[in-house]
Design a protein around this ligand. Structure first.
Ligand SMILES: Cc1cc2nc3c(=O)[nH]c(=O)nc-3n(C[C@H](O)[C@H](O)[C@H](O)COP(=O)(O)OP(=O)(O)OC[C@H]3O[C@@H](n4cnc5c(N)ncnc54)[C@H](O)[C@@H]3O)c2cc1C
Length: 366
């Protein structure tokens, strides 16, 4: 079987690797270079209990994917020489105002009801647990199951693994049209047409620009995120991911601290702005006062692929079942990568449909 994967971000790379592992001939097409879309900007936090509301479909998808991460990373590390940082050191939410403290108490009750391990901390306990928290912090909520990963290096590792398994990646190659004719799929690459058995569209925010005959444009739109890369001055950087309501931070072993992220509806504009940087600097100063001494190393910008209900467009098209969508992962594309790769592979190769795909049908907005 030959399969085309359009887009080589975290999602395309994960799908290509999983499909190639099953003996499929995978041809990837990438209009930039692998991982240079939203994925390179990502903070790489894996935190479904913070990102999704209790009982929501996003929480169900996120927790299923989170449970796959350890095994996914272990298998990948065994196969490739590319190294990437991955840690399950949890997230610490911090309340800086009374209403935020109430919110954390409610979250803790919900976690307790779902049997999710967590720790509630009052102000003093919080500062002992995380000395970087400011004197005015009121309380904290620690969720140990959460983690984070170094995304660009992870995409390189996935590409290395996929290539080892025979996948190819053509770049720069922008696909503008995909068409199913009986049991073949035609992928237009410039003046050339490649024929494959199945195509997966994993083009992130640009997915709506990939045209498929007889169907409306896919309802994915870009939501810009700016993220700061700071360097903490000494060894006293926070040792875990710390979250406030206005920003979150992710520590790296080398003393780097990522600070994310703005949420901006500005179309396909991938520039950083003074306003965005100022917003994040002010927010991180309130959350971790010691950040004032940090150096500002760089600003990353990415376009999150968003849908109206913040769930991905995942699964085959009803009208063209040999064309599958794997896009629209919005704020959780890194978290959802192993689940997405697995569910897409099983659907295409085994006709094994995960019932969760009823929630992510690409047609639900038409
Ligand atoms: C600032 C920021 C912080 C984030 N933090 C987190 C986080 O902590 N945790 C988390 O889980 N998620 C996070 N996200 C979201 C996450 O980064 C995205 O959901 C994820 O990267 C989407 O991956 P993707 O592969 O679908 O898209 P992308 O990474 O954008 O990849 C799509 C690829 O397709 C290519 N492409 C597009 N159109 C075509 C075409 N027609 N032909 C060929 N190639 C094409 C692009 O060049 C690109 O390389 C964050 C995002 C941002 C911006």
């Amino acid at each position: 079987m030959r399969i085309a994967v359009i887009g080589a971000g975290i999602i395309g790379a994960a799908v290509a690797d999983a499909m190639a592992a099953r003996g499929t001939r995978v041809s990837m097409y990438e209009m930039r270079s692998p991982g240079r879309g939203a994925s390179q900007a990502s903070a790489g936090v894996l935190c479904p209990y913070t990102e999704a509301t209790p009982g929501s479909p996003l929480l169900a998808l996120g927790t299923r994917s989170l449970a796959m991460w350890d095994g996914w990373v272990e298998g990948l590390r065994d196969r490739v020489t590319s190294r990437f940082h991955y840690a399950r050191t949890g997230t610490l939410e911090v309340a800086l105002a009374p209403d935020e403290a109430v919110h954390l108490r409610r979250s803790a009750e919900q976690l307790a009801a779902e049997g999710v391990a967590h720790q509630q901390l009052d102000g003093a306990a919080l500062r002992q647990f995380e000395p970087c928290a400011g004197a005015s912090a009121l309380s904290g909520l620690f969720i140990g199951a959460h983690g984070h990963v170094e995304v660009s290096a992870l995409v390189s590792a996935l590409m290395e693994s996929a290539r080892q398994r025979g996948a190819t990646c053509e770049t720069p190659a922008e696909i503008i049209q995909v068409e199913q004719k009986q049991d073949r799929v035609r992928v237009r690459v410039g003046d050339r047409v490649d024929e494959v058995d199945h195509a997966v569209i994993a083009a992130g925010s640009w997915s709506g620009r990939v045209r498929v005959a007889d169907v409306p444009a896919f309802a994915v739109r870009p939501i810009r995120g700016q993220l700061l890369h700071l360097k903490w001055p000494d060894a006293s950087a926070p040792s875990r991911s710390v979250w406030g309501t206005r920003c979150y931070t992710v520590p790296w072993p080398d003393g780097s601290l990522l600070v994310g992220a703005t949420i901006e509806d500005v179309g396909f504009d991938e520039h950083s702005t003074v306003a965005g940087v100022r917003e994040l600097l002010q927010a991180v100063e309130a959350l971790l006062p010691g950040s004032c001494q940090a150096t500002l190393e760089s600003v990353r910008v990415g376009l999150r692929p968003a849908t109206a209900d913040h769930l991905p467009l995942l699964g085959p098209l009803e009208r063209h079942p040999r064309i599958t969508l794997a896009t629209g992962h919005y704020r959780n594309g890194i978290l959802l990568a192993p689940y997405t790769a697995d569910v897409v592979t099983r659907q295409i190769l085994d006709n094994d449909r995960d019932p969760m795909l009823d929630l992510t049908r690409p047609e639900r907005f038409w």
